[in-house]
Design a protein around this ligand. Sequence first.
Ligand SMILES: [Zn+2]
Ligand SMILES: [Zn+2]
Ligand SMILES: [Zn+2]
Ligand SMILES: [Zn+2]
Ligand SMILES: [Zn+2]
Ligand SMILES: [Zn+2]
Ligand SMILES: [Zn+2]
Length: 1752
Amino acid sequence: MAAAESDREVPSALCTEFLNFSVKDTASKWLQVTDLYKEVYHHLARYVPKIYCLGPNLNPQSEDLLAQMLLQAPLEWYLCGEDPSTGLAKLEQNNQPSQLCGHVFKVGEPTYSCRECAADPTCVLCMQCFLGSVHKEHRYRMTTSGGGGFCDCGDTEAWKKGPYCQKHEPNISDSCQEDPLAHLSTDMIARCYNVFSVVLKYAVDMLTWDKEDELPLGLEPPDRSDTYYCMLFNDEVHTYEQVIYTLQKAVNCTQKEAVSFATTVDRDGRKSVRFGDFAFCELAKSVIVRNTSRQSKPLRVQVMHSSVVAHQCFALKALHWLGHVIGYSDALRRILCQVGLERGPEGENSSLVDTLMLCDSKMWKGARNVYHQLFMSSLLMDLKYKKLFAIQFAKNYERLQSDYVKDDHDREFSVTDLSVQMFTVPSLARMLITEENLMTTIIRTFVDHLRHRDLQGRFQFERYTAQQAFKFRRVQSLIGDLKYVLISRPTEWSDQLREKFLEGLDTFLELLKCMQGMDPVVRQVGQHIEMEPEWEAAFTLQMKLTHIISMIQEWCATDERVLIEAYKKCLTALTHCHSGFADGEQPITLSMCGHSVDTIRYCVSQEKVSIHLPVSRLLAGLHVLLSKMEVAYRFPEQLPLSELSPPMLIEHPLRCLVLCAQVHTGMWRRNGFSLVNQIYYYHNVKCRVEMFDKDLIMLQAGASMMDPNHFLMIVLSRFELYHIFSSADCRKRYNRENANKDVVQQNNTLTEEMLHLIMMVVGERFEAGIGQVEGCDEIKREILHQLCIRPMAHSELVKALPENENKETGMERVIDCVASFKKPGVTGRGLYELRPECAKQFNLYFHHYSRADQSKAEEAQRKLKRQNGEDTALPPPVLPPFCPLFASLVNILQCDVLLGMLGAVLQWAVEPSAGHWSESMLQRVLHLIGMALLEEQQQLENSSEDNDVYFNFTLKMSRPGEAPSNTASVLALLENLQNAPHLEVHEGMIRWLLKTVAGIKMMRERSASTSTVTTSGSRGQEETACDKDKEERKRKAEMARLRREKVMAQMSEMQRHFINENKELFQQSLEELDASTSTSLEHSPVSSDAALACVGPRRSRPREKRQVVTCILCQEEQEIRADGKAMVLAAFVQRSTVMSKNRTRPPHDPKHYDPLFMHPDLSFGTHTGSCGHIMHSHCWQRYFEAVQAKEQRRQQRLRVHTSYDVGNGEFLCPLCECLSNTVIPLLPRTMGSSSCEQPGLGQWLKTSGQQIKAMHSAHRKLQPVSTVEETVEEECPAPEVFTVDYIPTNPYSSTIKEMLATFGTATYKVGLKVHPNEQDPRIPIMCWSSCAYTIQSIERLLVDEKKPLFGSLPCRQDDCLSSLARFGSACWTAACQPTVQGHFIRLLAALIPDPQVEASPCILDVDMLHLLVSVVLSYGSVHSQDSSGLSVDAVQLHLFHLITVAHMVQILLTSGPEEVTMEQESGEAERGEEEGACRLYNTLRTHVGSSLPEVGSGWHLWRCVKTGILPYLRGAALFFHHLHGVPAPPELHALCPGQWEVLCGYLSLPSNLLQLFHGQQELLEPLLHGWCTHPGIQQTLQGGGVLVSFPRESNSLVDLPDDYSALINQASSFTCPKSGGDKSRAPTLCLVCGSMLCSQSYCCQTELEGEDVGACTAHTFACGAGVGIFLRVRESQVLFLAGKTKGCFYAPPYLDDYGETDQGLRRGNPLHLCHERYRKIQKLWRQHNITEEIGHAQEANQTLVGIDWQHL
Ligand SMILES: [Zn+2]
Ligand SMILES: [Zn+2]
Ligand SMILES: [Zn+2]
Ligand SMILES: [Zn+2]
Ligand SMILES: [Zn+2]
Ligand SMILES: [Zn+2]
Ligand SMILES: [Zn+2]
């Protein structure tokens, strides 16, 4: 709001008072008084209300000026004790700035963090420091700042290495410890102290003031007026729209003002919406409150006295001033800190800083921002006071957080957000933990805010309200604080730290205890649950705590004593949770295979079970640490190992795993999606580390302490499978149990799951502490298994791996050991591929695979093996040995219960029956046997003597089974199964197992010295594998063929369908065609020997050739004939500015714009493109009508939009779905008559002059008499052979005529953006213009792509150009003849002066190719009335020569000054041209005079002409080629030298173009004179118009910086152009012209054609004629826009080192420009394919259609 700023005059009485004011006197008075407070307050009370808030507007600049003069200046004078301009400078000079950079980030500014050296991810550098630091060579992360926070450069605690950039490197001579106050005089210190105390006190008083009508003591104004403000405050409840609507009603303002109010309220937190007397303001308040109280709590409004507001305004100003003044000197800063933290009279927490903090949530946003900023630049920049402030902050922590939770503003506007600045400093964090018990405080505050508990005291989120959910979200920020505190692990422990950490851990365990067992579920039987229970809150909590739990374990891992104590505490907590573990649960005894165990009866499927077990899981984590740190072996006496009850430890984790298994089998289907989601997250990479993984570890820990048989029996019992495997004749299961198929199926799946669990318990040894592995082995294995599924991009891998609290996966350290990187092409992304040698470590039953992953990996690995000609069996990999604490786990593999289970499953498989076993069950059993065998083999290999290998699976598997009696051994069963026909898939695996058994037996038999037997597959299979490979390839080829056929069939099916729908039509066309189809096509030889010419009487005449095409819709063939049925090409016409040389030209007014002459700046053109698909016009019409009808039905039904706008004539090509909006008719070639004697130039000029005169008079007659002035001109007799009123017969059939009108109207409509009007005289002009523009754009494209002029265009473009040219020459038949003749006359008048044509443009304002095309194409209308035998060709040649000369003149006039280059030696051949150019130029100078510089070098001039005219000549060649169909000479089909001569020959031009002029000098001289004396010439040359020089360079998209952060930086300093210096939220760069826009925001919406549109859409209308290409800088995303409704996002041309884009800038890897990709975007633009690209994108992704693109 800048209105009403200057309409307030300062009252003159005040003026004099102000003028008499003396800064110096005031300051000296203050220097003498004893009570400075009173004096300054008095001064402020007097002046502040006189300066501020005298009108409706709050902050005009004049106020600030007065405030500076009357208020700040005396303070500064007092401070310095002298004129501040000298005093402050002195201070600055003596200052020794600290080494901290402290640059405060703006919103959107780039920040950098080093992934190798930063202490934590919150340590960031500003761009300047980063570029001067060592980290730019490291692996770094780039993000955009959300505002707030500052650069950590110079903070030694923030960086492990390289804390300083070059700029902030400390001088060795400076001692950093020096007290900054040492340089200041005591006087100065005292004054400074006084003035800061008063000012800060004043600011605190005013900002925390909550009375609306009174002022603090000493500030009461001398005279009160009845002026009030109605102040509206921000909240986060009401939307923009609600506020705007309410304001319009309440204060009676326009929508625009309301928007402005709302924007300010949102930004500053408050805004006065009305100024006046009390009642007036009170009224507005009541309306606002009434209007907003209905839906929710009302908007906050206060009616405040103007003096209160005035003082608050100045209080903010004062804080700014303090921030400014301390910038002069570190000493002042320290004094301010001291003043701020000085304890007040009320004792503890009463300093000014405390007061501000404690009132934080009561202040409005703007005030908070200002004082936070001051804290940042003072307290947080002074190392001594940062510590003191941190202590105060910690003391007030609980209160501040509670205030924040109750408040509704975002955290960035809360003082609590400053925690990151202190808690992440390791020394401060440690100090706050030990001295202020911060860890405990944070956790306790957090727990206090979560009040929903069940009877057992566990959290209960079941029915919490939206309000509570909102609170819950806010409370979560505390976990963030806890994370900051814990993020750096201590290297040294003091006793006090141990004590406080363990105290914190106690509190944390209290929190975890509230979570242990929360949200329990009970299986729903019978009916489906009625309401999905709330589960997300609990999981959110779990997810947020995941890193904290991991970090606590890491802390424990750094100190043995802490670990031991923590383990004890955790165990106590768990025991506490499980007290009453066996209560009410019946004890039972299980026995099997001669073993028995006591346990309880418990069924997961019947009783309560919870997925939340954080206490057990923490204990599991600590247990692994005992092993990893070897504490378990070194201090066993200190550990409560004897208290452990293994069955208790495993009970709950086991239940949880069984629950997962049962959910997989479908037993919990009636419990709905909430449970499925929980199970999903339980395994998900975000949670699994502290959920699933730890449950598995707990089972391993428990099992390692138990008899394996007992463990397995309990597992069987919990899986509810005990009864199956324990029965004596379990091997005969199929006989008995055939009752319920579902139950059988269920038990099969459960068995599979259980076998998998056993594999995991024995096989998962990659965590250090469980197995003997290195720290990075785990992550390596993780990556390896991901890549076994398929090659993956870097970002995909990152997503699949767990991140630590620093957002690191640790992948970079190991990735090269397991994978090789493959770079991306122009599309796609870079991929990591598994190294082939790593494939042998693949484990099909990897514990982190989902079922889908598993089957994908299995398929991929089998395929790979097949390709390598190996056996496709996937045996288990060799595993690392266990650590001693877990070593006994291997015994599970050879225990009796397991062997019993294995035997049973194998037996079932031997005698297959109705599905009582499953293949995957067998597969798992085989895998387990394989694991056991490998274990034995490993142990044998690693032992010196085989005696001490106690593990003897081979022996056990050879023993016969026990029950019922003498059943077959496992080995016998395997041998039996080997050749079973129904188990073919497993044959390879069984063979591998038996071979391994044989190998082990051999090893055992041999002595230890013999070499070990390798078990790898024999090479004998190689040959067959090779054959297989060939077969595979053959099969694939066959498949591909079949696929192709299928596609073809589908297509013809579509066509048949279409034909069926339009049966009659096709019947008819078949009959018509019958007669003509028999003649075969005749291919004409390319040319005779004579040189080819495409224009003029001597032009080559290709032999008559029938042109026959096929309709894509009905598949009929059709000859192209003037009197035949019309055939059309699908076409897309669009406006274009691609070639524009002047983007400042405003769009034309469509109603009055005369498009006859195109300006050479080509600012707006009309481009026509086509996909080249041909249809009958009637087939197309039917098709289009069908599309229209379908669209209408669809819109009525479901308001779905399509990618094309039928109402606007758009449709998709029925064959290729290319966006089209009209059709071009195909026309036969025009047949020029063979020439007889033709007139020379002079003769022709004369004849045409006569003809034009005749037409003039004829046209005059046509006009109504009244409008024509009586001209005295004599009646001009027409030449006899020229009959003015002769109406030629139209050669075209009715359908062709119709299509001529269709395309003409479409071009007119789109090109001018008007409604169709078939009568408009501009229709033919638009068609010619589009033809010329399209030719020019294609000519440019060929140059840019370095392709030859002919032969390199795709057919579709050739066809399009031919039809455009021929259409152009025929379109006059569809228009009124005199109109077209009128166009011709005016066109020609630009070259040959015609007194009857007014306002001909000057030749500098005419694009010559457009002129050529238009004049040639319009000539048809004149020629039709000539019967003299004058050939069209002759006239075309004359016109062409004339325009060529004009173009040379144009080029010479604009050639510009000579460049200073070495005089070139030119060959003999060019001498003539140079002389000619000089002569012509000098002639021009005689006409134009001094505005043309003198040029001495003919070489320079000739070079200008030659390069300048080339695009025009090439364009003309394309034009005549397509018009007449004359084949181009072969030299033009390649990029070889000598093109110039060939081109000139083809165009019937002399290769010395100047001969055109000098050969006809007498005739041309007068024309030349006419051109040069046109008044426009002088004007343009002297800078009065747009001067375009030739050749016109191709336009490119703007240059982009190589480093993306340069762009971010550029965008961060960009401010919204409309709302005065505000940061733009979505800065967007136009890639066409380089403008930066404020997109997607209310502030920059403008009205366009009656609709509100965003800045991008508005910009496209001027810059791109509706088509736009943008880069959304914050998102790193390219945006294509077309019109108001179409748009899509496109991959940006920036890639990270892994060959991936980062749309949304989420990953933060450094991005660099990929030139190929940018060129690809540029090519799309130059080819006019943006709209088409959008169409394809929208067809592929329907959600894009629904986006409101016009608001971007
Ligand atoms: Zn910096
Ligand atoms: Zn720096
Ligand atoms: Zn670094
Ligand atoms: Zn057809
Ligand atoms: Zn097509
Ligand atoms: Zn632009
Ligand atoms: Zn804006």
